[in-house]
Design a protein around this ligand. Structure first.
Ligand SMILES: *Cc1c(COP(=O)(O)O)cnc(C)c1O
Ligand code: SF4
Length: 374
């Protein structure tokens, strides 16, 4: 691993507006916010009474960046927001099960910037930067060895998609695609939109949660030209739904963009049925349809966030029937080694007796169901 590169990228990344050496004449507010994000170990240590050397030890391996907005959501040291963004020495603990590329994405890359695992849809990675570096991130390794998502590689990825008529859905991801400046993102979206066999485009972003000012008028009026477009946002805790994040989501929804969410199940953050239920309710109230609840991936440096599968299954049992069906996401594991996502569903089937199935409903009451002859 190239230590110099990851230190450089992780700490600051290319300055906003400087990607590809193009310097923007004037910065938008969100780009200033990004420059102003907390990346200084001694400031962080002072703020929370941490050992500065410890912060440096962790951030030398897994850099940190916390937007001022997200920082303002921390109510107390160690709370769910804090745990998601402040480096912790536990990240340096060795663990046998964990890996650098657990999803096997490097093997599923037929063209630069493309991860093609499923027959009819793929990922297009367009950015290697995020507003805030989540401590549990699946792409933690990318903070260290930045993948090359420059103009030329993204273009080769788009050509791959254009030459594969089986691809009907492209998920634009990263890093965070909304960290690209609006013109650059538009050039990618317009080229994807021009491909006949691509039925719709999806974008995955965490900016409404960690940098809500990114969802500005200019971005939204650009996006609405590329319908059908779906956006998947990432929220992990009810405290992340604030008037500012709600306003950002509102702008996207008002532009006719259907919003979905993904949530990562994290120990000490949201591994509690009440917390997840409240999060899902709050998401629906701001027009976001819960889509995935993910088991946390097997990434180096994230052992302390892992929950047993039984915790997620129990949460699912406490959602289904007990709250709106609209609020129930798919609970899934992204299998190691490129296996893809598998849904995990609590077992409602009690027994099968010939043609007669016995199920337990959400309250645990058994009901018989006579199946039809096959
Ligand atoms: C998650 C993912 C997708 C999208 O999966 P859906 O279940 O369709 O949302 C596509 N490709 C890859 C490689 C993925 O990891
Ligand atoms: S926003 Fe997503 S990709 Fe970026 S650090 Fe957080 S989890 Fe990882």
């Amino acid at each position: 691993m190239d230590r110099e590169t990851f230190l450089n990228l992780g700490k600051h990344g290319p300055a906003p507006g400087q990607a590809d050496g193009i310097r923007m004449i004037s910065m938008e507010q969100w780009q200033k916010s990004l420059e102003n994000a907390l990346t200084d170990a001694s400031e962080l240590a002072k703020r929370f009474g941490l050992d500065e050397e410890a912060v440096r030890r962790v951030s030398a391996v897994f850099p940190f960046r916390i937007t001022r907005y997200y920082l303002s959501l921390i109510r107390a040291k160690g709370d769910p927001i804090y745990r998601q963004c402040v480096p912790d020495e536990l990240e340096l603990r060795e663990s046998g099960d964990l890996m650098d590329d657990p999803l096997g994405e490097e093997d599923l890359t037929p063209a630069p910037c493309v991860v093609h695992r499923y027959p009819d849809h793929c990922l297009l990675l367009v950015s290697n930067r995020c507003a805030c570096y989540c401590r549990f991130c699946t792409r933690k390794r990318k903070f260290r060895t930045p993948m090359c998502v420059d103009e030329a590689n993204v273009s080769r990825g788009i050509e791959y998609i254009a030459s594969n008529p089986a691809i009907h859905d492209v998920l634009v991801s990263g890093g965070d695609p909304f960290l690209l400046d609006t013109d650059r993102l538009e050039s990618i979206l317009s080229r994807l939109r021009a491909i006949e066999h691509v039925d719709f485009i999806r974008i995955g972003t965490r900016t409404p949660c960690v940098l809500p000012e990114r969802i500005n008028r200019r971005l939204v009026s650009m996006l609405r030209q590329y319908h059908p477009l779906y956006i998947n946002v990432h929220f992990n805790h009810p405290d992340e739904i604030t008037p500012r994040s709600a306003a950002a989501l509102n702008k996207l929804a008002d532009a006719g963009i259907p919003l979905g969410s993904q949530t990562v199940l994290l120990r000490g953050v949201n591994d509690d049925p009440e917390v997840i239920r409240l999060l899902m309710r709050k998401l629906l109230a701001v027009r976001v349809k819960p889509y995935y609840l993910f088991q946390s991936d097997l990434i180096y440096g994230t052992e302390h966030f892992r929950t047993p599968l039984s915790v997620g299954l129990d949460i699912m049992k406490k959602l289904r029937g007990w709250t709106s069906g609209m609020a129930v996401p798919h609970f899934a594991i992204d299998l190691p080694c490129g296996g893809g996502k598998v849904p995990l569903i609590p077992d409602y089937l009690e027994k099968v007796d010939g043609r007669v199935y016995t199920f337990r409903n959400f309250r645990g009451v058994p009901y018989r169901y006579p199946d039809v002859e096959a």
